[in-house]
Ligand binder design. Structure first.
Ligand code: SAM
Length: 223
């Protein structure tokens, strides 16, 4: 039994290395991000029946409660856009499975993640514990208003789609930091990046187009 598990883990490790090669061809160039994608065992965050699709670059998969684990290419692209150097405190809105949380934890000093669905928050906490991720904390609640008590954050990642960028999240971003997330209609969003300048203004860039599940809450969509 144990030998079988070791063989399976070896197969998953090879699949992650292939995934990193594919991601680098699709524009993910930051070597730290590629290393993180190689190190995080995404298959452990999926139901067994779906594990054979764990390392398909564009596979967003159902995780229950009507939610999805983001596709590796989306996770890597959004993570790269945060330009993390190590040591930062990152706020993540929408923990979901905990996969993106684990990738951020591999690159930053501390991750504060917020999930509104109790079952997903509990499952992600337990999965992150089992994976030995010690520098991420999962809070239950409406993340659309951020977490003023822990602000400012060096980087903020929103992993659910909102009509526009929630003002409280911009307010909680440190000077020089990036906020990345999907904003637009429920059917399709622009993946945007905001950088906070010293004078309090923001530089806004469009990274691409995407389709995320809804950010539901005070500064998102109504439930
Ligand atoms: N990044 C996650 C992963 O890797 O598994 C996937 C996130 S999933 C696309 C979006 C998540 O945002 C869902 O789990 C959903 O419940 C959560 N969500 C939606 N609105 C929220 C809110 N206001 N506060 C916190 N979480 C929210």
């Amino acid at each position: 039994m144990r030998r079988l598990d070791v063989a399976a883990e070896g197969g998953y490790a090879r699949a992650r290395r292939r995934l990193a090669e594919e991601l680098s061809k699709s524009g993910v160039r930051d070597p730290r991000v590629l290393d993180a994608m190689v190190s995080v065992p995404r298959h452990l965050l999926l139901p067994e029946a779906m594990r054979d699709r764990s390392y398909a670059a564009d596979a967003a998969l159902p995780i229950g409660e009507g939610q999805t684990i983001s596709a590796p290419v989306v996770v890597a692209t959004m993570t790269q856009a945060l330009a993390l150097k190590g040591g930062e405190t990152v706020l993540e809105i929408g923990t979901g499975s905990g996969y993106q949380t684990a990738v951020l934890a591999a690159l930053a000093g501390q991750v504060v993640s917020i999930e509104r669905i109790p079952r997903l928050a509990a499952r992600a906490r337990s999965a992150l514990d089992k994976m030995g991720v010690l520098n991420a904390i999962v809070h239950l609640g409406d993340g659309s208003a951020g977490r003023p008590a822990d602000a400012p954050f060096d980087a903020i990642l929103v992993t659910a789609g909102a009509p526009s960028v929630p003002r409280p999240l911009l307010d909680q971003l440190a000077v020089g930091g990036y906020l990345v997330g999907p904003f637009g209609s429920r059917e399709s969003q622009s993946l945007l990046r905001f950088c906070r300048k010293e004078d309090g203004s923001f530089v806004r860039e469009v990274i691409g187009r995407c389709k995320f599940v809804d950010l539901i809450g005070e500064w998102g969509w109504a439930a």
